[in-house]
Ligand binder design. Structure first.
Ligand code: THU
Length: 140
């Protein structure tokens, strides 16, 4: 998958930052916005959606994946993830696993509230992942 052009990168980051405003996070007060760019140039967004029954809450990254797959997208070029913390925050373990299903080495742009961006390939955040190939061994 080709590297992001500067304009694509800036637009993806802006989409993730904007999505923080949609976050439903009355319990944590920790808004997260995510924007996932597919191979056709469409951006799929997500925010965290919490619940009074805490474990029911959904992270922004998995909301973005669900939106993307529901729209027919399965191949991705990058994700941007924005929070209100100064230092860029990496996705939680569950979201790393969810993203790796579709793009094990997805470029992850981690965005701090003052604009700091840290880029990490998903493979560095989730080395030695469990993936579809592991299941294929027993199913074949
Ligand atoms: N959260 C995300 O949306 N993504 C992550 O990768 C980490 C955490 C959300 C879940 C919860 O709504 C809030 O941040 C605090 O954990």
């Amino acid at each position: 998958m080709s590297a992001l052009r500067e304009a694509e990168r800036a637009a993806l980051i802006a989409a993730a930052v904007a999505m923080k405003d949609r976050a439903y996070c009355p319990y944590s007060h920790f808004p997260v916005g995510a924007a996932l760019l597919d191979d056709r140039g469409t951006t799929h967004v997500g925010c965290n959606v919490e619940n009074a029954s805490y474990p029911v809450g959904l992270c922004a990254e998995r909301a973005a994946i669900a939106n993307a797959v529901s729209a027919g997208a399965r191949r991705f070029r990058a994700i941007a993830i924005a929070t209100n913390l100064h230092d860029p925050v990496a996705p939680c373990g569950m979201c790393r696993q969810a993203l790796s299903e579709f793009a094990p080495d997805l470029p992850c742009l981690l965005v701090g509230v003052d604009g700091a961006v840290l880029e990490r390939p998903l493979g560095a955040l989730l080395p030695e992942r469990f993936g579809p190939a592991n299941l294929a061994e027993v199913q074949s």
